[in-house]
Design a protein around this ligand. Structure first.
Ligand SMILES: CC(C)(COP(=O)(O)OP(=O)(O)OC[C@H]1O[C@@H](n2cnc3c(N)ncnc32)[C@H](O)[C@@H]1OP(=O)(O)O)[C@@H](O)C(=O)NCCC(=O)NCCS
Length: 209
């Protein structure tokens, strides 16, 4: 199946996208703005040491300033991050960082209290949707072999993984989740407000694989 869209260049565009979570409840999604450390730190504080290790692949008791600033050095195109809030509180972040003209590395984190409710899936769908609309055609990701939820997420994208130096490294064509877990028109329209016009090409979903 191929998805095409015409982003809605709405005059009264909302500043977030609402989403219902698969296991109940709702979240709001929006791009993280450049230099916006507060929600990023709130999500970091809500990660257990084990989740921080899974996310950063090393123990990270606190975010050193250079790392913090690198994480909020988003530009909406080569470095894209989206924030999920639940009941108005930061609950998760997903990002894609372009590592080659058509390739981006993805990473995500969900506050421990919100894990297992479908939020990671929603965030992954959001950030891959934006990446695809901006011309990314391949994605990479690195996870610990013990990270079962991440392996499930990457399996859903159909990325082959290779064990290297104790880490699983994945790279493959970017195929969007099928069915969509977010309103992709709304996501692209909101991304467009941050980044200017984004692609309107048809996109391949995981159902095409
Ligand atoms: C990876 C992470 C983002 C997933 O977020 P989440 O909100 O729990 O994800 P979801 O609820 O959408 O679940 C994703 C999949 O993992 C599965 N899953 C969730 N928790 C699981 C667990 N403890 N064990 C096994 N599978 C699990 C879900 O069933 C789902 O698979 P399915 O769609 O086939 O049913 C979250 O666990 C996290 O932040 N972990 C720490 C940081 C990290 O590992 N980041 C990824 C590396 S960059």
């Amino acid at each position: 199946m191929t998805i095409s869209w015409l982003p809605n260049r709405s005059r009264t565009a909302p500043d977030h996208v609402d989403v219902a979570l698969s296991r109940g409840g709702a979240a709001q999604l929006r791009p993280l703005h450049a230099g916006e450390t507060e929600p990023l730190l709130a999500v970091f504080e809500a990660l257990s040491p084990a989740s921080r290790f899974d996310r950063y692949l090393v123990g990270v008791p606190r975010l050193p300033s250079p790392m913090l600033h690198a994480l909020v050095d988003v530009d909406g195109h080569d470095h894209v991050a989206w924030l999920a809030t639940v009941a108005g509180r930061p609950a998760g972040i997903a990002r894609s960082i372009r590592v080659a003209p058509d390739t981006a590395e993805i990473a995500f984190e969900v506050a421990d209290a919100h894990q297992g409710r479908g939020l990671g899936t929603v965030l992954m769908d959001t950030v891959t949707t934006v990446a695809a609309a901006q011309g990314v055609r391949r994605i990479t990701a690195t996870v610990l072999p013990s990270n079962a939820p991440s392996l499930r997420l990457l399996a859903r994208l159909g990325i082959p993984l290779t064990l290297r130096d104790g880490l699983l490294e994945g790279e493959g064509p970017l195929r969007l989740l099928d069915p969509a877990r977010v309103d992709r028109h709304a996501v692209v329209a909101l991304a467009q407000r941050q980044d200017g016009p984004v692609g309107q090409e048809g996109l391949v979903t995981s159902a095409d694989a």
